[in-house]
Design a protein around this ligand. Structure first.
Ligand code: GDP
Length: 487
């Protein structure tokens, strides 16, 4: 009984080919057991190595999670002000919120992958605006950092350059890199925690050097402040490269599998998604998601953006073309129908596209075309839980499309494409408010763009992004010449 209909792949199953661990209560998180009925593409099965790694991770998480004796001891050490010298069984990375929902989802999967690579435990510090968005991802335990007894003050207000950021600790010689055995006696004690400032300012860009990874390996607690998809920048680090290759034999599958593994909308969000899907999208034979993001620094008049969407659609053959001769009832016998799902803060593109297919018949056999938009919120309101729930619902609704047309530079669109397993057509950005000459490009992969990769870093070991690595692991993004993406 395929509730959503039209699933196109052979490998669809409830636990996504073993990606999800069994044994969670269904009622606690319906989406975890149901998304497979809605996704249209299953392009990559998880590798056996990834599955082993995830199961080992889940066991570690259960041993070290809040509520366990090992967690209590680890928090005590943090309170005491320095990392213990004893062998550490549980090391942590705490994700902190920064920026909008798409950014947050991308930094979450990046931080989680880093935890997998470094045998850490991944915890999230969630403010009230995010309290009811995502289900617990790991069976039999929690990923929520208990905020009330966490010894670091002002956790949500530290910003991108606090005292405890890695680079500042280094410059004050509070942490040393490559301490040789002779000098070890004089080395300072390992700090109790290090703050990693890896947002678009990339304060701690040296993080992406192998020698710094060795130093950070001794630190029990890391706090991660980032709004980036920084996975592409982990590839050049020599210590991670082979493991990444085994985890994701197809590089393009990294974000796709990590997002489907880690993030599951809570029941209230899933209610929004499924009610909308069944009422408006399920009846169609094909769904096209269109995500229109207008950034302040690249705003253009609505008509210009609308024309860009149409030009792009003609160029890449995305939306159905229309019959220009006025539209007799050409389509009464048609068996196909298309639902166009619009996600945008504004109603304008929905209104124009709906009128287009109302006033004209679709060309070639006259398929029916419906145009739908769940909300138009007018402005970003990340501090508001209900707003974020609606935004998350739209990300998932987009991800249930057969095809996607997304906006350049938008992490909201990046997440939708990766979740969908779709290489989107990406609208190019109107930098300096100039409508781009090329309206859009077909993406080379479903991977998000890392909009701020580390540049101008000199690593002693392991290398940073250099020309060679750019050629091997990543490409310049379709939508941003300073960004890189896996392909
Ligand atoms: P980005 O700024 O496009 O990279 O995406 P983010 O998700 O990080 O931040 C944009 C935020 O604005 C979203 O999280 C939403 O809060 C809001 N937003 C932007 N576009 C939409 C949309 O199409 N639908 C909804 N519901 N919210 C949106």
């Amino acid at each position: 009984n395929d509730a959503a209909g039209n699933a196109t792949s052979g490998r669809a199953d409830e636990l996504l080919g073993g990606l999800l661990a069994p044994g969670m209560r269904r009622r606690s998180c319906w989406s975890r057991y149901e998304t497979w009925r809605y996704y249209k593409h299953f392009p990559y099965a998880p590798s056996p190595h990834l599955l082993r790694k995830l199961r080992a991770y889940e066991a570690r998480h259960r041993r070290c999670a809040p509520g366990t004796p090992l967690y209590a001891r680890s928090v005590e050490q943090l309170r005491s002000g320095r990392s213990a010298d004893e062998a550490m069984e549980c090391n942590y990375i705490v994700w902190l919120p920064f920026d909008g929902l798409g950014n947050r989802m991308l930094s979450m999967v990046s931080g989680f992958l880093y935890a997998l690579l470094t045998d850490r435990v991944f915890l999230v510090a969630l403010p009230p605006d995010s309290a009811d968005l995502f289900c617990e991802p790991f069976p039999g335990t929690t990923w929520l950092l208990p905020l009330e007894d966490f010894p670091v003050a002002n956790l949500f207000g530290l910003g991108h350059n606090p005292e405890q950021s890695y680079t500042r600790l280094l410059s004050r010689k509070k942490i040393v890199v490559d301490s040789d055995p002779v000098n070890n006696a004089t080395a300072p004690p390992v700090p109790a925690y290090v703050y990693l400032s890896l947002g678009y300012q990339l304060t701690d860009r040296i993080f992406f050097c192998g020698e710094h990874q060795l130093a950070l390996g001794k630190v029990k607690w890391l706090l991660l402040y980032s709004d980036l998809y920084f996975v592409p920048s982990l590839y050049p680090i020599a210590g991670f490269r082979d493991e990444l290759r085994r985890l994701f034999p197809a590089r393009e599958s990294a974000s796709h599998l990590l997002l489907r593994y880690l993030l599951h909308p809570t029941n209230p969000v899933w209610g929004l998604v499924t009610r909308y899907y069944h009422a408006y999208l399920a009846p169609a034979t094909r769904r096209i998601g269109v995500q229109v993001r207008m950034f302040g620094f690249a705003s253009v008049p609505v008509d210009d953006m609308y024309n860009q969407i149409l030009a792009c659609s003609r160029q890449e053959r995305v939306l159905p073309e229309i019959d220009d001769d006025g539209g007799a009832a050409a389509g009464t016998g048609s068996k196909t129908s298309t639902a166009i799902l619009i996600a945008s803060l504004y109603p304008d593109y929905y209104e124009r596209l709906r009128a287009r297919y109302y006033e004209h018949a679709a060309a070639k056999g006259g398929a029916w075309v419906g145009v739908f938009q769940p909300t138009h919120e007018e402005r970003q309101a990340t501090e508001n839980l209900a707003h974020n729930q609606r935004a998350l619902a739209e990300i998932y609704l987009l991800s249930f499309s057969e095809e996607l047309l997304t906006s350049g530079l938008s992490t909201f669109g990046y997440v939708s494409s990766s979740l969908a397993g779709v290489r989107p057509v990406i609208l190019l950005t109107a930098f300096d408010h100039n409508v781009p000459a090329t309206p859009c490009r077909q993406a080379v992969s479903m991977e998000p763009c890392n909009l701020t990769p580390p540049r101008d870093v000199e690593c002693r070991r392991g290398g940073a992004v250099d020309g060679d690595d750019v050629a091997r692991h990543v490409r310049v993004c379709e939508d941003f010449h300073n960004g890189v993406k896996l392909f």
